[in-house]
Every structure is written in structure tokens, then in C-alpha cells.
Design a protein around this ligand. Structure first.
Ligand SMILES: [Fe+2]
Ligand SMILES: [Fe+2]
Length: 161
């Protein structure tokens, strides 16, 4: 495999400092990459795998937001709903359309995830870490392997709000 965009790969720049969320996001990247590299014959099965993941991923985050009274939950929950609606819409298509539109979904997910994680999930991760420290203002410390030097310049980055 070349290092061009034939793969959607995990990057530690996606780490948010909340363990369960980071694990879920690693699985997200794996399953999007599995769709990206699926043969036409396997694509529908990989789309189904991704849908199962997305239902769990989004409902877990939605539950975290509602159960902890996260202050800006609405647009985050809304964005999850829109992605899931697209996935379900494509699952319902005939095989030919599913393949064509589904391949476009993979590209859209690759473009969507970094921004969603950076803006919406990161705020939730900070909030969840704060909750687990009894409401103290504690920001998660994220340890990143092989950070892009142009971005961070250091091996350990403290994520302060
Ligand atoms: Fe997420
Ligand atoms: Fe999210």
C-alpha cells in the first residue's frame, strides 16, 4: 500500500484524552477504512459493520451528554443523527446505488470525522474528564506518539481549554 489516500488511518492527533471515546474513535477509523478497501462484493457487509458501530458510537456519546447535562448537546446529537440517517438511507438502496453512493459516503466520513472529533467530541471529552474529577477544572492531558511536528512540535501536549 502506498501512503497516498488509499487508506484512512488512525492518527494520534485524533486522541482526545477520554479513554473510552478514544477507543471508539479508533474502531470508527478501522471500520471506515474497511469500507474504503472493500471489494464491490464485500462493500454492503462492511457498510453493515459500520452501521452497527455508528449506532453504538453515537448513542454512547448521546447518553453521556444527556446523563451529565452537557450544556451544548443539541447540535452534537443532531450531527450524529444526520450521519446515521445517511447510512440508513444508503443501506436501503438497491445494490448498484448502494455501491455508488456508499463509496461517496466513505469519502464524506473521512472528511467529516477530524472536524467532528476536534470541535464537538473534544468538548465532550473535556467535559467527561471534568465530571470524573468531581467537577474540578481538570483538562485532559493527551500523550501523543509521533505528533506531526508542524502541529505540536513537542511529544507531550497538554490540552487546555
Ligand atoms: Fe465520536
Ligand atoms: Fe460525536
Amino acid at each position: 500500500m502506498s501512503d497516498t489516500n488509499d487508506k484512512f488511518e488512525w492518527s494520534d492527533s485524533y486522541l482526545l484524552g477520554h479513554g473510552p471515546m478514544d477507543e471508539t474513535h479508533k474502531e470508527f477509523v478501522l471500520l471506515v477504512n474497511a469500507m474504503k478497501n472493500a471489494s464491490d462484493a464485500d462493500f454492503a457487509a462492511r457498510l453493515d459493520d459500520f452501521e452497527k458501530h455508528a449506532v453504538k458510537h453515537f448513542s454512547q456519546e448521546d447518553d453521556w451528554m444527556t446523563s451529565t447535562n452537557f450544556p451544548s448537546a443539541d447540535c452534537h446529537i443532531d450531527e450524529h443523527g444526520k450521519v446515521l440517517a445517511s447510512v440508513h438511507g444508503i443501506q436501503a438502496m438497491d445494490e448498484e446505488k448502494k455501491l455508488k453512493i456508499g463509496r461517496g459516503l466513505v469519502t464524506a466520513l473521512e472528511e467529516w470525522f477530524p472536524g467532528h472529533a476536534d470541535y464537538l467530541d473534544s468538548a465532550l471529552a473535556k467535559w467527561m474528564v471534568k465530571q470524573s474529577f468531581g467537577g474540578e477544572r481538570v483538562a485532559p492531558v493527551v500523550f501523543k506518539r509521533n505528533p506531526k511536528m508542524s502541529e505540536a512540535g513537542v511529544g507531550v501536549q497538554s490540552k487546555n481549554s
